[in-house]
Design a protein around this ligand. Structure first.
Ligand code: FEO
Length: 170
């Protein structure tokens, strides 16, 4: 059996990951309204990845005979403005998610729950990548966002992103 506190935090994280999916769907929606279909595509795929994160935790809980409790998902409440600000919202949100993963890891460490620590290793690495990607997107927008031709090319580049299932399997 997993530790009760660890179960509670993993359950909360299922909800937080689904909220992340909802937030990124809203950002995709926002870029669609700006006619930036590549940015919209990129965030649509990001939303799918967040749902995958939720499902990995959901499966992990089930595989360990722990109860999954699904709660209401908060409305995406970030005011989105223009081309750059949603990218900053993303970085801020990913830094927050990293802190949540770290909290679960700390609880697992405290409980000597080595299995959950090993499971979370993938998420620790993933958060490092997600923060880097968010910073890179901001840097590209700073460089190219004000020039119409460059923005067009950046949008094309982001349109090329395709979905692939997470590398972690349970
Ligand atoms: Fe599930 Fe973007 O972290």
């Amino acid at each position: 059996m997993l530790n009760e506190k660890v179960i509670e935090l993993l359950n909360q994280q299922v909800n937080k990951e689904l909220y992340s999916a909802y937030l990124y769907l809203d950002i995709s929606n926002h870029y669609d309204d700006l006619n930036l279909d590549g940015f919209a595509n990129w965030y649509m795929i990001q939303a799918q990845e967040e749902r995958d994160h939720a499902m990995l935790m959901y499966e992990y809980l089930h595989n360990n005979d722990a109860k999954v409790t699904l709660e209401a998902i908060d409305k995406p409440d970030k005011e989105l403005e223009g081309k750059m600000q949603p990218l900053e919202v993303t970085l801020e949100h990913e830094i927050y998610v990293t802190s949540l993963i770290n909290d679960i890891y700390a609880a697992a460490y405290e409980a000597r729950d080595f299995r959950t620590m090993q499971f979370l290793d993938w998420f620790v690495k993933e958060q490092g990548e997600e923060e880097k990607t968010a910073r890179d997107m901001i840097a590209k927008m700073e460089l190219f966002g004000d020039d119409a031709k460059s923005l067009y090319m950046l949008n094309q580049e982001l349109n090329g992103r395709t979905y692939s299932a997470p590398s972690l399997t349970l």
